[in-house]
Design a protein around this ligand. Structure first.
Ligand SMILES: [Zn+2]
Length: 560
């Protein structure tokens, strides 16, 4: 790396910090420009330090002048990142988008991305965002998922203008069905599912379609008032048996289900199917972001709307739903893992649920950044969770404070320590904040760092380790000047430390797709006492260990 490049970064850092640059703050900038530098950074340190010293002697104005000479855009506001593509012909302030969770599961990262996308466009075009719970399956929908989904949406920073439940619209759906029946657009069918399947294979409509309106209405009433048992009768749309699109082959619109509904109780026996409710509800929305692999349903839903004399169809914005790699996202599998106790709950750190990811310390902004990076496309989009982690790590690096944590602590006794007993330790290379740590020559260090020879206690002083015993290490204080290229290690003062444990999640499944039993591991050690006063939810970087997030009685490892 050229001295000029280093000088540019040092000048910029100085200009942004009242004329004083810090060598520590330069390193991330240099690595940002050339990540391969990581192995050489030590050898560059003397040069960086020399430039810092030079630059810090200059007046602020002179620094600014030289910086702009080297790079005239150095102080420009950072350009906006590539944004998501615009939506054609959309009217600002006159559009609406939807969040349609089915409250039969907790949200996973795939949902989060889709919902963030809708939230993004609703805000970008000053439109309305509607939260509607698609809860017309009495067997699977639960209040706990309604609560959990809302909690997740809020935690993701999504705000909506209106919320409602499809199951509250049942009487309206019934009326719509009455209307279609009177128009001869639906019929009641008493065939069992095998017969229905056979007929569909032959592209043949069953005899039930020939019933009179009166006969149909009588069956429909028997479904609504619970005379029919489950499976005895369904309402089917008169679609198009000759259509190439199989969803048009007289799909079922209503079925009998007598399971007690979490919200409506036993009020209803006949329940509408997905396409029927969605066809009706989507007409209230102007723009539907839709998975390009599901376009065959568009034809059916448009057809249902026509039969209901609804003229307005939403605009379909087609994109490919995100396939997540490196995490389980099938609702059924997640539910089974939770129900069988393989994982500790929906927020188990090994899952890719929104709850688990947030708990682990993934920032909603990281998900949004990811969306902007992958963009929206109609071709299949696979996203490795690892990519999300990389973005998150980059965001955290700039905003979290640094603290010391030592795993497997051993006591280091320094003979003849210098008189000064407290050190100002920087919190983070991007800010000027520091904290003060008091020492008395007794330190806890990592067992793995306790080897004979010279070390530097980070932000404190140099020590020559003379004797290594099982629990205690003895060393001598060494004056500053003579030291170069020694391991710089983190430490915790013996005077004030806090015993903590940090939970790390390893992949839940191994390469053979078997559950790895010991995939939650616990790191134990001592941290600086001051972390005890940080609010729950705070994220920090424990230096030379990992990014971690604080919980009530433990910490969670976010990234190494
Ligand atoms: Zn039939």
């Amino acid at each position: 790396m050229k001295s000029e490049t280093i000088r540019k970064h040092v000048l910029k850092n100085a200009v942004l910090h009242d004329g004083k640059s810090q060598a520590d703050a330069i390193i991330p900038k240099l690595l940002g420009e050339d990540p391969k530098l990581k192995s050489k950074i030590k050898s560059l340190m003397p040069e960086i330090e020399k430039i810092v010293k030079d630059v810090n002697k200059m007046k602020l104005e002179a620094q600014k002048k030289e910086l702009l000479k080297l790079d005239k855009h150095a102080l420009d506001k950072k350009e906006e990142r590539n944004d998501l593509p615009p939506i054609k012909d959309i009217k600002e302030g006159e559009c609406s988008f939807r969040l349609p969770p089915g409250p039969e599961k907790q949200l996973h990262v795939g949902h989060a991305l889709t919902y963030l996308l809708n939230n993004y466009y609703a805000k970008r075009y000053k439109g309305k965002l509607i939260l509607r719970f698609e809860d017309t399956n009495p067997e699977t929908c639960r209040q706990e998922f309604v609560d959990g989904n809302k909690e997740d949406l809020k935690a993701l920073g999504i705000t909506w203008d209106k919320e409602y439940f499809l199951s509250d619209n049942m009487s309206e759906y019934y009326k719509l069905c009455d209307k279609m029946m009177k128009n001869g657009d639906v019929y009641s069918c008493n065939c069992n599912s095998e017969k229905m399947q056979e007929d569909r294979k032959k592209r043949k409509r069953c005899k039930c379609a020939d019933k009179t309106v009166t006969e149909n209405l009588r069956d429909w009433n028997k479904m609504k008032y619970g005379t029919y048992k489950e499976g005895e009768c369904v309402i089917r749309l008169k679609g198009d048996m000759k259509n190439k699109n199989s969803v048009m082959w007289d799909p079922v619109m209503f079925r009998v289900n007598k399971t007690k509904h979490y919200r409506q109780g036993s009020k209803y026996s006949a329940w509408p199917m997905y396409d029927f409710t969605v066809a009706f509800e989507d007409a209230k929305i102007t723009h539907v972001l839709r998975d390009a692999n599901w376009t065959q349903r568009v034809e059916l839903q448009d057809y249902i709307r026509e039969k209901l004399s609804i003229k307005k169809h939403p605009v379909n914005v087609l994109y490919s739903r995100y396939q997540i790699e490196g995490g389980v996202t099938q609702g059924r599998v997640i539910r089974e893992l939770v129900n069988t106790g393989v994982v500790t709950g929906y927020d188990d750190l090994r899952l890719a649920t929104v709850k688990a990811l947030l708990r682990r310390g993934i920032l909603p902004e990281a998900m949004m950044e990811l969306l902007k990076e992958v963009g929206i496309t109609k071709s299949k989009t696979t996203i490795a969770l690892e990519k999300l982690y990389t973005i998150n790590r980059r965001l955290l690096d700039k905003r979290v404070n640094h603290y010391f944590f030592v795993e497997e602590p051993v006591l280091l006794v320094v003979n003849n320590p210098p008189v000064e007993l407290s050190f100002n330790v920087p919190m983070n290379p991007y800010t000027d904040k520091t904290r003060t740590i008091k020492t008395n020559g007794l330190f806890y260090i990592n067992k793995s760092d306790a080897k004979k020879g010279l070390i530097r206690l980070k932000h404190a002083y140099n020590v020559e380790i003379k004797k290594v015993e099982d629990k205690t290490i003895t060393g001598e204080y060494v004056k500053e000047a003579s030291i170069k290229n020694v391991p710089i290690i983190q430490w915790v003062p013996e005077k004030e430390f806090l015993e903590i444990k940090i939970i790390e999640a390893l992949p839940l499944f191994n390469k053979k797709e078997e559950v790895q039993k010991d995939s939650l591991i616990t790191h134990k050690g001592y941290a600086e006492k001051t972390v005890d006063f940080l609010p729950i939810g705070t994220q920090v970087q424990f230096e030379r260990f990992a990014f971690c997030r604080k919980e009530a009685d433990q910490w969670v490892l976010t990234h190494k």
